[in-house]
Ligand binder design. Structure first.
Ligand code: MTE
Length: 327
């Protein structure tokens, strides 16, 4: 049951909740294959959270630096970026994170740093951000469910922060953990996943100049649903690697456990590099649906690119490794 959480186009996206709950009850009896084909062929408008930006938008971030490598593609709207989310701590429907994260308090915030580094301890996020230049970087985001967005993140290279802790030669990986606060995160009150959500990168991936720690989006501080106050963005990997609301960073010698590959090792690997040639066991990864308001499911499909279009920058890190092991 748990392994079935990710679906390419969940029924929750395309019909109002009251209808799809009913429909799901009916469809459960018909078999999962049929459910997938039915939802995949439905061209109706998606149900997103009705986020009214003017009322809920966080404050603007001053002095953002422009980054020359930004994607030139059309940006996904603020409404979609903040209303169509995966953040299971707040529920599994795309609108849940925006609708159910109002009680979450991202301030004050501390990050615990531990493991194979000379400098470890608990640090206040405001202190960690002192002296750091925040940039705007427009990256493609490709979810393993085969939808994608183009998002103007605001943040800084993860390496800028990690280097301050002086990792030792034993630091081969970096592990990240999301906060666990069931009182504020309704999804954590049910056992849909083993909380807390955890992710990891190899140290060279973590230090790669494209790997970003985001504190904002669209020039404003991150809304709760996007992983306030601090989330990872790894643009050449499937979106589930981009862990939200990070409270722990640990330098490790061995490969850390990661939530999705622990839960369904046949479906999600540690590397999770975007690869159109390696299908998910239950759906194709050759193309993706670019999320855009008013565009039908059929018209918005585009080809998925190796490493999500960032091959030139990152492929050399995986030279000599079998691409199948990198999925
Ligand atoms: N981080 C946590 N803690 N919990 C989650 O459920 N979902 C992941 C990732 N980070 C997730 C998470 C997935 S599957 C995706 S596609 C991205 O967040 C979505 O980021 P967005 O909602 O900001 O677009």
């Amino acid at each position: 049951m748990r392994q079935r959480l990710f679906e390419p186009i969940p029924s929750s996206e395309i019909t109002p909740e009251s209808v799809y709950l009913d429909r799901r009850t009916v469809l459960r009896g018909l078999g999962a294959g049929l459910v997938t084909s039915l939802v995949g062929c439905d061209g109706k408008a998606e149900a997103r959270a009705e986020v009214m930006p003017s009322a809920t938008m966080p404050a603007a971030i001053p002095n953002l630096k422009t980054w020359p490598g930004s994607s030139q593609e059309t940006k996904t709207s603020y409404r979609d970026v903040t209303g169509y989310n995966n953040f299971y701590e707040f529920g599994t429907a795309k609108g849940d994170p925006a609708l159910r994260s109002g009680r979450f308090k991202p301030k004050p915030w501390t990050v615990e740093v531990s493991g194979e580094a000379e400098v470890t301890g608990r640090f206040d996020l405001d202190d960690l951000l002192k002296g750091i230049t925040l940039e705007e970087r427009i990256y493609r985001l490709r979810c393993v469910e085969a939808w994608s967005m183009v998002v103007p993140w605001n943040g800084f290279p993860l390496a800028t922060l990690l280097n301050r802790f002086k990792p030792t030669s034993k630091a081969k990986y970096v592990r990240f953990e999301t906060i666990q606060r069931p009182a504020e995160m309704p999804g954590q009150r049910s056992a849909i996943m083993d909380w807390p959500y955890q992710e990891g990168l190899r140290i060279d991936e973590a230090m790669h100049p494209l790997t970003l720690l985001a504190v904002g989006v669209y020039g404003r501080w991150l809304p709760n649903q996007n992983g306030a106050p601090l989330r990872l963005v790894v643009p050449w990997k499937y979106g589930f690697k981009s862990i939200k609301s990070i409270v722990r960073i640990r330098f490790t010698e061995s490969q850390p456990h990661t939530s999705w590959s622990d839960m369904a090792p046949d479906e999600y690997g540690f590397y999770a590099n975007v690869n159109p040639a390696v299908d998910h066991p239950r759906w194709s990864q050759a193309s993706e649906r670019r999320i855009a308001e008013g565009v039908s499911v059929f018209k918005s499909r585009i080809e998925t690119r190796p490493f999500n279009g960032y091959a030139e920058q990152v492929a050399s890190m995986y030279a000599g490794l079998d691409p199948k092991t990198l999925y």
